[in-house]
Write a protein of this length. Structure first.
Length: 301
């Protein structure tokens, strides 16, 4: 197969692992800087240009689109979809996962366990929002944050109100969620590929840090997840429409609750913690599923 990977930084561990895994299986993988692509929006000719030349037709495209370039990255991906190229994850599904409010609504519709989550536009409704979320301690989360950025733990109702009003005063939308104290600063990242959980790790936050992100000094270890946690991860991926994703869950007193579904999960932490060849399994999925014009939405979303 001829595979394109959309990525801004070709040197990242995840991108190099996917390239190596593809080449080990006899495929040709080209890493293309997403932000240096440009497009010809012409009737029935969805061309993509790169380095002054029109890109050839690929069999599959792996979108490794960072949160900061979601808008442009999904636009480029739609061009590939309109050409009939099979995407590892579709543009519509990536867009769903990047919108925290929309993703929570989709998960809630499917009956998937979530922390109590509230959202309002008017700062005057802050006190009502705090009551709906169950009161402090509470987590205040930016709608477009990633890797733990834009996530604040408010210990009191007063501090929660101040944080919310400060964000809204800057015209920034936030979600307010209950704090799952019993999780003890740990979460579970389950890697789903093709409707199956292929690897799982427990992430523990650094001392004094309630966020467990590895980018923030957290540590990771392999973990055996329960059938309920496995089912929750698979159903979450299906609700988003993602073929490959990382599902972040907390162990609460009333079962697993989903915090986020990540459409571009990093591979370094989970591969090193579990010893599982995640990159190889992703390429294996493409081998079994990449067909021309198989995209469900064909870039329409």
């Amino acid at each position: 197969m001829k595979i394109a990977m959309l990525a801004v930084n070709a040197k990242l561990y995840s991108h190099q692992r996917l390239k190596a895994a593809a080449e080990e299986r006899g495929h040709e993988l080209t890493i293309i800087n997403t932000l240096q692509c440009y497009m010809n929006i012409a009737s029935r000719r969805p061309d993509v240009y790169y380095n002054g030349e029109k890109l050839p037709t690929f069999d599959a495209v792996i979108p490794r689109i960072g949160a900061s370039v979601t808008f442009y990255g999904t636009a480029v991906l739609r061009q590939f979809e309109m050409q009939g190229v099979f995407p590892l994850n579709e543009s519509v599904a990536i867009g769903r996962s990047r919108d925290k409010l929309r993703s929570m609504q989709l998960l809630a519709r499917e009956g998937i366990g979530l922390p109590v989550t509230t959202f309002a536009n008017d700062p005057k409704q802050t006190e009502e929002v705090l009551k709906l979320a169950g009161g402090a301690p509470l987590v205040v989360k930016l709608l477009e944050g990633t890797q733990g950025i834009g996530v604040v733990l408010a210990d009191t109702d007063r501090s929660a109100k101040s944080v919310i009003e400060a964000f809204r005063g800057a015209n920034v939308h936030v979600l307010v969620q209950e704090f799952i104290k019993e999780a003890g600063g740990t979460d579970i990242r389950a890697l789903v590929v093709g409707g199956k959980v292929i690897a799982a790790m427990k992430r523990t936050g650094a001392e004094g840090e309630f966020r467990s992100n590895l980018h923030r000094g957290g540590s990771a270890a392999a973990i055996k997840i329960s059938p309920e946690e496995r089912s929750t991860a698979i159903r979450s991926a299906r609700a988003m429409g993602l073929n490959v994703c990382g599902v972040d869950m907390l162990r609460s007193n009333h079962g697993p609750v989903v915090m986020e579904v990540n459409s571009t999960p990093g591979l370094e932490g989970v591969e090193k913690a579990t010893g599982i060849d995640v990159a190889g399994k992703i390429i294996e999925y493409l081998e079994g599923n990449a067909r021309p014009n198989k995209t469900k939405t064909r870039g329409k979303g």
